[in-house]
Design a protein around this ligand. Structure first.
Ligand SMILES: Cc1cc2nc3c(=O)[nH]c(=O)nc-3n(C[C@H](O)[C@H](O)[C@H](O)COP(=O)(O)O)c2cc1C
Length: 159
């Protein structure tokens, strides 16, 4: 079986999403899955050229915005509007329910935009609530183990 290549794109302000992405990498990277963690800093829509499998791991700031290091990528996708039909993706959205109106909107915004551009989401979005007292790394690793099985199943069906 050919190894799946997974790129985790990280949008973060204070490092939580980066730490989550690293734990997911540790949990998933093996002979069946090659995982690469890439901070969104300086990226544009070109990161999706050629398609593939992606996890968007992003927190939420301001009025339900994507973090500062994710802004250029988000705006580039909105402007360039590439056809992302060959992209499969999942979303790990970090937020805080104290911000009731904008809970996890950073990740949700990426999800809406990627779907709009033709990318296919695998599974449900993972939402983490910082006010719940649970560890985002722990929740994300459990979620990602199931998610990667779904991705594998899709890849098998598409082969
Ligand atoms: C100034 C500030 C604004 C925030 N705004 C939101 C928000 O609008 N919606 C939300 O769900 N979470 C919001 N959060 C919570 C963060 O997204 C959450 O704590 C996240 O885990 C931080 O991850 P990071 O360290 O990767 O940036 C905000 C946090 C701060 C400090």
């Amino acid at each position: 079986m050919q190894a799946l290549a997974l790129t985790i794109l990280v949008g973060t302000m204070t490092g939580t999403a980066q730490s989550v992405a690293q734990e997911v990498e540790l949990a998933l990277d093996d002979e069946h899955t090659r995982v690469k963690v890439v901070p969104m800093d300086g990226l544009d829509a070109g990161v999706f050229a050629g398609g593939g499998l992606f996890l968007v791991c992003s927190s939420t700031y301001g009025q339900g915005d994507v973090p500062d290091n994710a802004r250029a990528l988000y705006e580039s996708l909105k402007t360039a509007r590439p056809d992302l039909a060959s992209v499969r993706y999942g979303v790990i959205a970090l937020g805080d329910r104290t911000y009731a109106e904008t809970f996890c909107n950073g990740g949700r915004r990426f999800d809406a935009l990627l779907t709009e551009l033709g990318a296919k989401r695998i599974g449900d979005i993972m939402l983490h609530d910082a006010s719940a007292g649970t560890l985002p790394e722990e929740i994300a690793v459990g979620w990602a183990r199931e998610w990667i099985e779904l991705a594998r199943e899709r890849a098998r069906r598409a082969a």
